[in-house]
Design a protein around this ligand. Structure first.
Ligand code: SF4
Length: 319
């Protein structure tokens, strides 16, 4: 049985130890697809402030949101403190529970380049100053990163490991419109190519089961994303959570979630098409609480992984 090339394998080979990702959520960050800059309400599957109460953990920052044109950020010190507190708490647990020695700070929630440059610089510099941090991974949208930020990340990448994670989702504009994505496929392609040209490491997020997509379309998305030169990939099934626009479509029977059989078959084909040096960071997604509306197979992660491994086994692979 051959183990598929995972992100963990990549990091271990490069840094000689298991590197743990520390997921960070900074209050005051939002997304241009939520704040009305490109659209309102966000992607149809995204649970955000349009549908539920703000999740900002710093009380004072509730309702305060940055964007690319913000001229000042009175809460920067609070955000830096929040970053430090989250990093220390999570990395401490990873050290105690798993013996973690090296860390990658993962700016995870919302759009983590959607703020004035000075704010981003301060947060990235601070994250890289923590002990045993080997680099950053920054989740963002391709319409929300500036040349200035990209150039700074490229500079940091000379001494550290800098990743940008772009939501690709689909290469079909009609699908991107259906999910209210707020940008087209050309925009993602352009920024992935630019990021690669700047020497940065790129992870692409793909979703299988988007409204109206056939398996052929899902695989075409994977094929094009590989061709754009992504270094790592996250595969997700589209699942429906309550308080989203997609939940309304599902309730009105306008959206039918992907079956587990189709997801497994698509995932297998996408992995088999993948260039060998593209590492896999994620093979599925889901949520095991009462916010999940459908499909039910997205509830239990262990069962999903078991089924994925049974599928991969047919071709001599394991995750
Ligand atoms: S880009 Fe991300 S944060 Fe913004 S609406 Fe879509 S899923 Fe939500």
């Amino acid at each position: 049985m051959t183990q598929i090339y995972t992100y963990g394998n990549y990091l271990r080979e490069k840094f000689g130890a298991k590197v743990y990702k520390v997921g960070i959520n900074i209050s005051g960050f939002t997304c241009p697809n939520i704040d009305g800059t490109v659209a309102k309400g966000g992607c149809t599957f995204c649970e955000n402030d349009s549908f539920s109460a703000s999740t900002d953990e710093v009380q004072e920052l509730k309702g305060f949101h940055l964007n690319l044109n913000s001229t000042q950020n009175p809460y920067l010190q609070k955000q830096l403190l929040q970053l430090e507190q989250q990093f220390q708490a999570i990395s401490k647990r990873q050290k105690e529970e798993y013996g973690a020695k090296k860390f990658l700070v993962y700016f995870q929630s919302f759009t983590n380049t959607y703020a004035p440059f000075e704010t981003l610089k301060a947060l990235y510099d601070k994250a890289l100053s923590f002990e045993n941090v080997i680099g950053l991974s920054i989740g963002t949208r391709s319409d929300s990163i500036t040349d200035e930020t990209l150039a700074y990340l490229a500079e940091l990448n000379k001494d550290k490991e800098i990743w940008i994670e772009f939501g690709i989702q689909s290469v079909y504009d009609k699908t991107l419109e259906k999910i209210n994505r707020g940008h087209d496929a050309q925009n993602v392609k352009e920024w992935i190519l630019k990021s690669k040209e700047a020497g940065l490491h790129v992870c692409g997020h793909l979703i299988f089961g988007l409204p109206g997509e056939t398996q052929e379309m899902m695989l075409e998305t994977a094929k094009e994303a590989y061709e754009w030169g992504i270094d790592s990939v996250k595969y997700h099934p589209l699942y429906v959570v309550k308080r989203t626009a997609l939940a309304n479509e599902y309730t009105r029977k306008e959206f039918k979630p992907i079956t587990e059989e189709l997801y497994l078959d698509t995932l297998l084909k996408a992995i088999m098409m993948k260039p060998k040096d593209v590492s896999v960071q994620r093979v599925t997604a889901g949520i095991d609480d009462d916010s999940l509306l459908a499909p039910q197979w997205c509830r239990n992660k262990n069962t999903q992984i078991k089924h994925i491994n049974a599928t991969l086994k047919q071709v001599g692979l394991k995750y």
